[in-house]
Design a protein around this ligand. Structure first.
Ligand code: NAD
Length: 296
């Protein structure tokens, strides 16, 4: 069992750290929020007084923070974790951040003789609590193999996507597909409503025809056809529109710097920005159907 440092004990990091404790690891944590610290302490995490204190003596340090600037802020500088770790320490960043910052974090770590992977997740807070997250991992093969057992204590599917930043690239490409496909499915339901076609009829045809996709068959944006989808509970998340907007913005940043044309990704970003500006950022992202109908 390993000595693991865990920085960022929020909605995702808190339950992930708790699963590491349950798996028998010794977990030292740090967060800026008193509520996050209280919950982690109750789950058996020992709290340190700085990121550097967490990193000193740890074999593995995991970060689960809001954005690239937070991750680089915690990694870099005299008080950062990179300066505090021993050579050979494994640094795992599971935050969803931009590819460029992920590559900078790798470079900082490897310059110090540490081993780094980016390992963003999908599965949300439910998956974090249940230990069923999917991890998309970027880094050297040897680093991936070292990270795999600890990631298995928090997730059920661990995919090696390539070198530094490849995990973040996979995450934002997947979520760009999801944002675009959800809007496509919502537009089809809105058109069906105007044409007098019932939700169930469209679902019965499209779910077994070429319009089939996850946004339709697992996460249907109208109540009825898929009883477990957020549409059946007034669009309570699920996956909040604000988080979808964050991921779409990261995809747009990456597409601009890589020179990849993503016109539908850009349109999806604008629509989720409108939904969030309308005060619906905390609503499930499938609630975009209400904006398309012109409701509220
Ligand atoms: P959160 O806001 O609940 O948690 C982030 C935590 O980081 C907070 O507790 C905050 O106090 C702490 N923090 C910020 N700056 C810090 C610093 N300098 N040092 C120590 N702690 C600091 O967010 P979350 O929902 O847990 O998301 C974390 C990451 O996971 C994000 O990158 C998010 O995009 C990603 N993610 C979230 C979900 C989800 O459903 N919530 C799903 C997949 C991925």
């Amino acid at each position: 069992m390993a000595v693991i440092g865990f920085i960022g004990l929020g909605n995702m990091g808190g339950p992930m750290a708790a699963n590491l404790v349950k798996a028998g690891h010794s977990v030292q944590g740090f967060d800026l929020s008193a509520a996050a610290i209280d919950a982690a302490t109750a789950a058996g995490v020992t709290i340190a007084d700085s990121p550097a204190a967490v990193a000193r003596g740890a074999e593995i340090v995991i970060t689960m923070l809001p954005s690239g600037k937070h991750v680089l802020g915690v990694y870099d500088g005299a008080d950062g974790i990179v300066a505090a770790v021993s050579p050979g320490t494994l640094l795992i960043d599971s935050s969803t951040i931009d590819v460029e910052s992920a590559r900078k974090a790798h470079a900082l770590a490897t310059a110090r003789g540490a081993v780094a992977v980016d390992a963003p997740v999908s599965g949300g807070v439910g998956g974090a609590a249940a230990g069923t997250l999917t991890f998309m991992v970027g880094g050297e093969t040897a680093a991936f193999e070292r990270a795999r057992p600890v990631l298995e204590a928090m997730g059920k599917k661990i995919v090696h996507c390539g070198g530094a930043g490849a995990g973040q690239a996979a995450k934002i490409c997947n979520n760009m597909i999801l944002g675009i496909s959800m809007i496509g499915v919502c537009e089809a339901f809105v058109l069906a409503e105007k044409l007098g076609l019932s939700h169930q009829s469209l679902f019965d045809v499209a779910s077994t025809a070429s319009g089939q996709c996850w946004s339709l068959t697992s996460y249907c944006p109208v109540p009825g056809p898929v009883p477990t989808s957020p549409a059946n509970r007034d669009y309570q998340p699920g996956f909040a529109a604000a988080l979808m907007l964050k991921d779409l913005k990261l995809a747009q940043e990456a597409s601009q710097s890589a020179g990849a044309p993503t016109p539908l990704g850009a349109a999806a970003t604008q629509l989720y920005a409108m939904m969030t500006a309308a005060g619906e950022g905390g609503t499930d992202f499938s609630g975009i159907i209400r904006l398309l109908r012109g409701e509220g």
